[in-house]
Write a new protein. Structure first.
Ligand SMILES: [Zn+2]
Length: 323
């Protein structure tokens, strides 16, 4: 990473130059691979007359219902071939948009239940995913996460996640969706297996639940990073714990606003977290629903007047691997 990029980043923010921003390398390390595309171009490409999503979801189950619509529209076809093709199309939309927005490093999250759509044929699934990611290798460094959908039955989770961990294709493990439906203790053995396989450990926590849930998730699952973790900002001891242990929070401001966990960019707790020494990154979560790409998220946060361009440049650089 060089200082020219930092200079361009600062200049892009100060002058509102969106095109210059797209030339500055950025990372997106909290991006669900099936939900990172542009809604309009994806729907048009597939010939779908899908209605635009609402802007706010006071009820998390409405958000999950919309996600399900995108996965199954126009008919709820349970056929594995239909589902796997749908997901490959959504992953393409994610990579195309990331590259067009100037993202150079991405950690896309795949759901392990994808393996079910491949009839548990791990080799065919990994071969399809590898072929797809290779097509973008000149523009994007892709380090895939594999995720556990915490609302799934534990037997289905175990059946699909262990082969994914053993495949060697995935760089990190994550657990996501409504955190009220699966305590971290349920996933301890899976996280130990991923750690043994040399994977990075992430988990969604503190998006909907309180600060202590963030600390508990980090301790029980031995996390390296937390997806969201914004509730930590209500607790100085939890923030100290995160700062002391070098636990990074991968934030997604627009997602928090649209899921009604935060009122505005100005009141987003990123400022408080940074003031308490917690390392953060800015990411997109589910662009196909929230509509805000990485470049826009940086402008959104700069627009609050709460961050200097240099501080946001540090946040940008935090997203890249250290080596
Ligand atoms: Zn997420």
């Amino acid at each position: 990473m060089n200082s020219k990029d930092s200079r361009n980043f600062v200049q892009a923010l100060e002058t509102g130059d969106r095109e210059l921003m797209k030339t500055v390398p950025r990372a997106d390390v909290h991006n669900h691979a099936a939900l990172g595309g542009d809604f309009h171009s994806w729907a048009a490409k597939e010939g779908f007359d899908l209605p635009e999503s609402p802007r706010h979801f006071p009820d998390f189950t409405d958000f999950q219902a919309l996600v399900n619509t995108i996965f199954t529209y126009p008919e709820n076809n349970p056929d594995g071939d239909f589902r796997s093709k749908r997901f490959l199309s959504l992953f393409d939309a994610t990579y195309e948009l990331a590259a067009a927005d100037g993202i150079t490093y991405i950690e896309p999250g795949y759901d392990a239940v994808l393996l079910d759509h491949y009839g548990m044929d791990l080799e065919r699934m990994i071969s399809d995913l590898r072929r797809q990611t290779d097509r973008y290798s000149d523009r994007l460094t892709i380090r895939p996460d594999v995720g556990i959908l915490r609302v799934c039955d534990m037997k289905d989770i175990e059946r699909t996640i262990y082969p994914c961990i053993e495949s060697g294709f995935f760089n990190a493990l994550d657990v996501f969706a409504d955190e009220r439906s699966g305590p971290p203790e349920d996933f301890r053995d899976i996280y130990r297996a991923a750690k043994k396989a040399g994977m990075k450990l992430k988990a969604h926590a503190g998006e909907l639940l309180e600060a202590e849930f963030v600390r508990r998730s980090v301790e029980v699952l031995e996390l390296d990073e937390v997806q969201h973790g914004i509730a930590a900002a209500t607790s100085p001891p939890v923030m100290r714990f995160l700062a002391d242990n070098g636990i990074r929070l991968n934030l997604c401001p627009s997602s928090n606003i649209q899921l009604c966990q935060v009122e505005s960019f100005k009141t987003h707790p990123m400022r408080i977290l940074m003031d308490h020494g917690v390392k953060v990154t800015v990411n997109t979560d589910d662009i196909i629903i929230f509509g805000q790409r990485s470049s826009e998220e940086f402008f959104n946060m700069f627009g609050t007047g709460l961050y200097t361009p240099e501080e946001l440049d540090e946040v940008r650089l935090n997203g890249f691997p250290l080596s």
